[in-house]
Design a protein around this ligand. Structure first.
Ligand SMILES: Cc1cc2nc3c(=O)[nH]c(=O)nc-3n(C[C@H](O)[C@H](O)[C@H](O)COP(=O)(O)OP(=O)(O)OC[C@H]3O[C@@H](n4cnc5c(N)ncnc54)[C@H](O)[C@@H]3O)c2cc1C
Ligand SMILES: *[C@@H]1O[C@H](CO)[C@@H](O)[C@H](O)[C@H]1NC(C)=O
Ligand SMILES: *[C@@H]1O[C@H](CO)[C@@H](O)[C@H](O)[C@H]1NC(C)=O
Ligand SMILES: *[C@@H]1O[C@H](CO)[C@@H](O)[C@H](O)[C@H]1NC(C)=O
Ligand SMILES: *[C@@H]1O[C@H](CO)[C@@H](O)[C@H](O)[C@H]1NC(C)=O
Ligand SMILES: *[C@@H]1O[C@H](CO)[C@@H](O)[C@H](O)[C@H]1NC(C)=O
Ligand SMILES: *[C@@H]1O[C@H](CO)[C@@H](O)[C@H](O)[C@H]1NC(C)=O
Ligand SMILES: *[C@@H]1O[C@H](CO)[C@@H](O)[C@H](O)[C@H]1NC(C)=O
Length: 532
């Protein structure tokens, strides 16, 4: 047998070497390291998934919420670890560091840019979904909740024990507690009780050296940083001690739709003056979407005025009659229900048992599978002409599956210092805008046209929204506003997006990062950089 000429072998050798040094080697060594580090009763082997395991894909996809990141060209992890014990997490951190692999931490997988499960370097996912215990202490009104629990699970466990306690968290039931609180966390009770981060009493964090820290041992700077400074920068938060807050046995909700023909624009214009000044007991938002007119079938826009109120229908009716008579709210528009039922209601889930809150894969009918999110803060009311310009964009063909939301600020948000937590969007904001550009599976080949629509809409809005910086909400993660070079993270580069999310709090975050993770092991496209 003749061996192939050397010149033909070279590319083969190169290819072998390349894949060896780039992928196979570190990842095999990493697996070997893991098996050495975790032994005996804490065996980790059945918690590790590589492409060779048949369940790799299903584990990856089961907490991959935005299907935009389920394409074949989305970079995939070399390994997914689903730890059940703290020692597994410590071993994974140790071995990732030793073998130069980046890690991504995943709790609920709802990151709007997929940063918990996508990286453009060889990487490992630590998926915390087995860390999901929830302990409710009704008497002391506190809860210890592990990061891998979803909000729905947490709420369900509260409601099991009390109908008059709640947590000021988000509506969407399958969001992970870990990412949600790390990013600030706003929801139905935020005008009354602040962000989720404002209601954290203690936490358990694993740092880059595998140490387990609590509030006392981590120190106040780091404890401050993890309550809104964004996940994936400081370490892995395993669990949170949270303050539960009182709610009445029944709350009142309404959703009142008005189309452009029913003077929606004038009403929205008025709302800007009224909603931010409503009592703390009211949560008020507006959701805009295109629809076909019921009269002539022509395309129009409907503004759904939404409220959640810690009180009765009668109280809410009289309040709205006083403050916002133009809306024409009637008793029939209002429904009384328990706080936990209002979570289902606001998820667009009707006539389903509460147990649906425990279902991690359930997608409510209002959830569009592909989306791009952007956010803005509004400090001065927008003119009717300005509003019309925004709303008319929703009648574009590409915006069929898109919603735009306004969330009234004010209430306690005006009275909590901008520096209390990393979340800086407090006094001076009338409302926040969320642009949720969505599309369906069959349109995903044309995703660029939806992204373009999102970006031109955002640029249309620039005269009307916050400036210097143009503020954005971290949990509505948007890589368009800037991102780190993943190989070399510089302060200057991070400062561009960092001040939009954190304003002046950015520097204190950099300080906390420099102390806890100076080598920048925990990093991603929008992680806090250490000072070198
Ligand atoms: C449909 C939908 C509705 C939403 N509604 C709201 C809302 O009402 N209010 C609101 O505030 N936000 C809302 N969000 C945004 C949501 O809060 C954020 O996307 C949040 O980061 C999701 O948390 P997660 O654990 O599911 O995400 P993941 O994707 O798992 O994590 C998000 C980020 O945090 C990091 N991280 C995750 N877990 C940990 C941990 N334990 N320790 C350290 N870092 C960690 C990840 O690495 C990643 O960088 C919504 C999102 C979606 C998709
Ligand atoms: C597991 O490994 C650790 C060190 O990594 C060692 O201290 C321990 O004794 C080992 N346990 C068993 C059961 O082999
Ligand atoms: C994945 O495959 C490896 C190698 O065959 C095996 O050791 C491991 O237990 C598998 N993981 C799971 C979760 O089954
Ligand atoms: C994600 O992509 C995989 C592979 O193409 C596909 O089998 C799966 O159905 C997709 N998931 C969803 C929810 O569409
Ligand atoms: C809309 O406003 C106009 C002018 O203010 C008024 O005449 C009309 O009745 C309003 N329409 C509705 C549906 O409220
Ligand atoms: C609205 O009308 C368009 C065109 O007439 C039609 O294709 C579309 O399905 C309608 N949408 C709804 C929600 O009825
Ligand atoms: C709450 O509202 C429901 C539905 O209107 C009603 O049946 C129930 O009696 C109310 N409970 C309280 C404590 O008011
Ligand atoms: C959870 O929801 C999914 C999607 O709707 C459904 O297929 C599944 O059966 C549900 N699981 C349970 C345990 O109810």
């Amino acid at each position: 047998m003749k061996s192939p000429p050397f010149s033909m072998l070279v590319p083969l050798l190169m290819a072998a070497l390349f894949s060896f040094s780039w992928a196979a080697l570190p990842h095999e060594n990493f697996l070997h390291c893991l098996s050495l580090r975790s032994n005996g009763s804490s065996s980790i082997s059945n918690l590790i998934f590589t492409r060779r395991n048949s369940s790799y894909e299903s584990v990856l996809e089961s907490r991959l919420w935005n299907l935009r990141f389920n394409s074949t060209d989305t970079p995939k992890p070399l390994v997914i670890v689903t730890p059940t014990q703290i020692s597994h997490i410590q071993a994974t951190i140790y071995c990732s560091r030793k073998h130069g692999l980046q890690t991504r931490i995943r709790s609920g997988g709802h990151d709007y840019e997929g940063l918990s499960f996508v990286a453009r370097v060889p990487f490992v996912i630590i998926d915390l979904f087995n860390f999901r215990s929830v302990d409710i202490d009704v008497e002391n009104r506190v809860a210890w909740v592990q990061s891998g629990a979803i909000l729905g699970e947490f709420y369900y466990r509260i409601a099991e024990k009390s109908t008059t306690l709640a947590f000021p968290g988000g509506v969407f039931h399958s969001i992970g507690v870990g990412g949600y609180i790390s990013g600030g966390g706003f929801g139905l009770l935020f005008r009354k009780h602040g962000t989720a981060g404002d209601n954290v009493l203690d936490a358990q964090l694993i740092d880059v050296n595998g140490r387990i820290l609590d509030r006392k041992s981590m120190g106040e700077d780091l404890f401050w940083a993890i309550r809104g400074g964004g996940g994936g920068s400081f370490g892995i938060v395993l669990a949170w001690k949270l303050r539960l807050v009182p709610v009445p046995a029944n709350v009142t909700v309404f959703t009142v739709g008005r189309t452009l023909e029913q003077n929606a624009t004038e009403l929205v214009h008025r709302w800007q003056y009224i909603a931010p000044n409503l009592p703390d007991d009211v949560y008020a938002s507006i959701q805009f979407r295109a629809m076909n007119s019921t009269q002539d079938g022509r395309k129009t826009v409907v503004a759904d005025f939404i409220a959640f109120f810690l009180g009765t229908t009668d109280e809410l009716l009289s309040l709205m009659e006083q403050r916002f008579p133009e809306l024409g709210l009637t008793k029939q528009d209002c429904t009384e229900m328990s706080w936990i039922e209002s979570i289902l209601y606001n998820n667009g889930i009707r006539n389903q048992p509460l147990e649906i809150l425990l279902n991690r894969t359930y997608r409510s009918p209002v959830n569009v599978p592909y989306y791009k999110i952007k956010s803005d803060y509004v400090k001065e009311p927008i003119s009717e002409i300005g509003l019309n310009g925004l709303l008319s964009r929703l009648t574009d063909e590409v915006a069929t599956s898109t919603v735009i939301l306004f969330f009234a600020y004010g209430g306690i948000m005006d009275r909590i210092s901008e520096h209390a937590t990393p979340f800086p969007h407090r006094a001076g904001n009338l409302y926040k805008i969320c642009y949720n550009t969505g599309w369906l599976a069959e349109d995903n080949v044309n995703s660029q046209k939806y992204l373009d629509w999102a970006r031109t809409t955002y640029s249309y809005m620039s005269p009307f929204v916050s400036k210097y910086p143009r503020e954005a909400y971290l949990n509505y993660r948007d890589l368009d506003i800037g991102s780190n070079n993943i190989h070399y993270t510089s302060y200057e580069q991070a400062h561009i997006w960092g001040r939009k999310y954190f304003k002046d709090n950015f520097d204190r975050l950099v300080h906390a990062k420099t102390k806890i993770d100076p080598q920048n092991f925990f990093r991603h496209e929008q992680s806090i950089p250490p000072l070198i």
